[in-house]
Design a protein around this ligand. Structure first.
Ligand code: ZN
Ligand code: ZN
Length: 416
């Protein structure tokens, strides 16, 4: 099989702008920096443009790694059973070594979110667990924000057909491409300027929340009455921020959220998901969980409940929160009305929480913290980090101070 350098249904000008935004805004790649890049093979046209912009920006060496859906499925359908506990630890150790040497990291999203939906859930779960454990040395450096990193998206056909099931392949790809370009602000004449303005707006929100330094957030809405304690010394982040290597980058393109670290032992009440969660090939719908002392003690879902329960059993921190994020219901991605089946987009359509690993950068001075200090201040530790949506136009949020004083933060899904 060959892949064309241009796909007629994707506008090459905006695709090139997306590559430029990934390098100049997402990574802010510095002269002499190496780049480690992962992508689905379908995204080759975008990856080639990224390489051009990276080398123009002075990249040392760009090293791409590609995944292929057919090869992934070949494993599930032909591998011996023992093979599902294997993972490419050697590769992730090499990536971790590259990040220790200040290489930047770019991931292109675009896999079919339902690729593994019909495969044996036990095998999927074993393979995911083995991969999560093997990935830990590299993930620590990314989650710890040691280096500048970024995720952008490419409209692969299999993904486009899931978002637009009633359209022909080329129409579906064009529509998903347009949605990605709009959300990534590359449909504007000067995307770099637009990103500067957007980053400034997000910085105003985080400054307001950091000034208040709330003890907890209280979410109420249909099926939801949840108090999310915030970690001691937590710091709100959003938009551009500085990695430990001193480079100010935008890890997610698109991004609409402001987010921080909840207290792993101070989350109580119940919450219902407002969008399906697409987790490594399986859709989990209508999640309803109850928290006690920070831990999920009851969990159900109308679909994918077995996968959800396996996720929660991954390790000690998998049933506790590592992130809470605020996104207004009027965000451009929310207004598109689309369900992308991809966290990079769907998490920017609604307020969300994440199970698992916290971000150490979401603590004041967190860059210097030891894992023990992060834990002492309420930060969670886990092999997983999985975002799911709890926001809608019917959610209210109060900020709660330690003395019980309440401040409206969101009303009916919008900033109060
Ligand atoms: Zn988030
Ligand atoms: Zn997250």
């Amino acid at each position: 099989m060959t892949y064309p350098s241009n796909i007629p249904s994707i506008d090459p000008i905006r695709l090139d702008r997306l590559a430029e935004v990934a390098v100049k805004v997402g990574l802010r790649l510095q002269p002499g920096q190496d780049l480690v890049l992962t992508a689905p093979i379908a995204a080759l046209p975008l990856v080639r443009r990224i390489a051009v912009h990276a080398y123009r920006a002075g990249a040392g060496l760009v090293t791409p790694f590609f995944a292929d859906e057919e090869i992934t499925l070949a494993r599930y359908r032909n591998s011996a059973d023992e093979g599902f506990d294997r993972a490419a630890g050697w590769l992730y150790e090499g990536m971790a070594k590259a990040y220790s040497g200040n290489a930047a990291r770019l991931a292109v999203a675009g896999d079919n979110p339902k690729l593994l939906a019909n495969e044996d859930p036990a095998k999927v779960s074993r393979a995911n667990k083995a991969n999560s454990i093997a990935y830990q040395p590299a993930l620590e450096k990314i989650a710890g924000f040691d280096i500048n990193w970024n995720i952008v998206a490419f409209p692969s056909t299999s993904w486009a057909k899931l978002v637009f099931p009633n359209d022909d392949d080329d129409v579906a790809v064009t529509r998903l491409a347009d949605a990605i370009f709009a959300a990534s602000r590359v449909d504007l004449d000067d995307p770099i300027d637009a990103w500067d303005a957007h980053n400034a707006r997000l910085a105003e929100r985080t400054a307001w929340l950091n000034q208040h330094n709330f003890h907890a957030l209280h979410f109420t809405g249909p099926g939801t009455d949840l108090t999310v304690g915030l970690a001691d010394g937590h710091e709100w982040q959003g938009g551009a921020s500085m990695a430990k290597n001193g480079i100010v980058c935008n890890p997610n393109i698109p991004t609409e959220e402001v987010f921080t670290t909840p207290h792993a032992r101070r989350v109580d009440g119940f919450v219902r998901s407002t969008k399906p969660l697409s987790h490594q090939g399986t859709l989990i719908e209508d999640i309803e969980v109850r928290f006690e002392g920070g831990r999920i003690v009851e969990a159900k879902a109308s679909r994918g409940e077995d996968v959800l329960k396996k996720v929660l059993e991954t390790d000690e921190g998998a049933a506790r929160l590592g992130e809470v994020a605020l996104v207004p219901h009027s965000s451009p991605i929310s207004k598109s009305g689309l369900l992308f089946f991809n966290t990079l987009f769907d998490e920017n359509a609604a307020c969300h929480i994440a199970l698992g690993q916290c971000y150490s950068k979401c603590f004041v001075g967190g860059a210097e913290f030891s894992p023990e200090q992060i834990a002492a201040q309420g930060g969670n530790k886990s092999f997983i980090h999985i975002d799911w949506m709890i926001g809608s136009d019917r959610i209210d949020i109060d900020g709660v101070h330690e003395d019980g004083r309440r401040v409206p933060v969101f009303r009916k899904g919008e900033w109060a």
